[in-house]
Design a protein around this ligand. Structure first.
Ligand SMILES: Cc1ncc(COP(=O)(O)O)c(C=O)c1O
Length: 389
């Protein structure tokens, strides 16, 4: 029945076809392919049944939060998010609390978007991006009309700062540099500390700004070890924005919890940047949701030892997966010896297609999420891959 006052002749203007996100597309395909599908594409940590794994420490905190929430309700939070959340996460990233401007965000993606907006307000229009990178980096930068200068992350298969250094040295104007902390997505590899130090000094001398994406703290070498680049950049006085995610290291992907932070020199600068963060989030979706912020705060205040223990167990499991694959495919040792969830397998797209026919899903570029393959199915995975090569 036609609603009163509804003019059927008015149509929405036609739109060009939207691009698709390859990672979510593969996830849908994997879901359709049934219970036995192995999805090693999307970055989730799965348990031995292939279901999303919830860290025991996070489960304990969630149960406690659920009881508290039923009494306290869900009031509007401040635009910057819960102060306790911002404080525990700032301590995780930066150690002792020095002046840090921060705002709770909708996952690491929301934190990146806020920091790219801030970078734009600072007058930066060009961002250097080491590639290969997480595909959404490019999308977020383009969505904010940033000119992207891509440079190779690897030289002869190993991370190198050479290309970044050359651009940083030559540029007459400050640029943004989008860098990933440990557990580089997709290669799992990291720069050597000595190389990074040289690069940090040039960034500082030329007033470039580092935008560090920290989405895997604790899943590489350790909670403190995995923020070593941030400490180094900070010690070198580099202008520093950090986008942090709780999705992987608290296994709370769907709670969309993250933090955007900026290192500042004074309380006045902190106030000024937080003023911008407030308005930027207000323009997007107002404050970010609080359930994840409450749970992260509880984890860090009441279950921190258990959380560190959980992460250590995950790191051990990831290492076992890498060792198993290196044993099965010794020629790929250099591809597999990194840290964190990902590695890039040097396989052709026809192999990826053949694997899909066997209900095994990798990214189109050969990226594999090791945490997406249960330990009990590693043999099955290596056998299928061997037959598909
Ligand atoms: C490198 C990198 N940065 C940021 C994110 C975004 O994380 P979130 O799911 O918290 O938005 C991801 C997620 O896969 C990632 O791999």
């Amino acid at each position: 029945m036609q609603r009163q006052g509804y003019d059927r002749s008015i149509a929405l203007p036609p739109l060009p076809k939207a691009p698709q996100d390859s990672i979510f597309l593969v996830a849908e395909e994997a879901k359709k392919s049934g219970e036995r599908a192995l999805n090693a594409s999307i970055g989730m940590i799965l348990d031995e049944r292939g279901k999303p794994f919830l860290l025991p420490s996070v489960r304990s905190a969630t149960e406690q939060w659920a009881c508290e929430a039923s009494t306290n309700g869900f009031p509007y939070p401040p635009l910057l998010g819960l102060p306790s959340f911002r404080s525990v996460v700032s301590r995780l990233i930066f150690g002792e609390e020095k002046p840090i401007a921060s705002i709770a965000a909708t996952g690491g993606t929301g934190a990146l978007a806020l920091n790219v907006k801030l970078l734009k307000l600072m007058g930066i229009r060009r961002v250097v991006l080491p590639v290969p990178s997480w595909p959404n980096h490019l999308r977020i930068l383009h969505a904010h009309d940033m000119e992207v200068i891509d440079v190779p992350f690897l030289e002869d298969g190993e991370p190198s700062v050479a290309a970044l250094l050359s651009i940083a040295e030559k540029s007459e104007h400050p640029l943004g540099f989008l860098l990933q902390e440990n557990c580089h997505n997709p290669t799992g590899k990291k720069w050597q500390a000595s190389e990074l130090k040289k690069f940090a000094d040039v960034l500082s001398q030329k007033n470039h700004i580092a935008l560090v994406d920290c989405a895997y703290q604790g899943l590489g070498e350790g909670v403190e070890e995995d923020v070593s680049m941030i400490s180094m950049l900070r010690d070198a006085s580099v202008g520093l924005l950090v986008s942090w995610s709780a999705s992987k290291n608290h296994t709370m992907y769907g709670l969309r919890t993250g933090l955007a932070a900026a290192c500042v020199q004074s309380n006045e600068e902190k106030e000024a940047i937080e003023g911008h963060y407030r308005i930027l989030t207000r323009e997007m979706h107002s404050a970010s949701p609080t359930p994840g912020q409450h749970i992260v705060t509880l984890v860090q205040e009441s279950f921190a030892d258990a959380w560190r223990h959980d992460l250590a167990a995950l790191r051990r499991d990831l290492k076992r997966r890498r060792e198993h694959l290196i044993e099965a495919f010794p020629a790929w040792q250099r591809n597999l010896e990194g840290v964190g969830l990902y590695a890039m397998l040097p396989i052709e797209s026809k192999t990826i297609q053949t694997l899909r026919e066997k209900h095994i899903f990798l990214n189109d570029d050969g990226r594999i999420n090791l945490a997406g393959i249960p330990l009990c199915r590693l043999e099955e995975f290596t056998a299928a891959l061997t037959l598909s090569l």
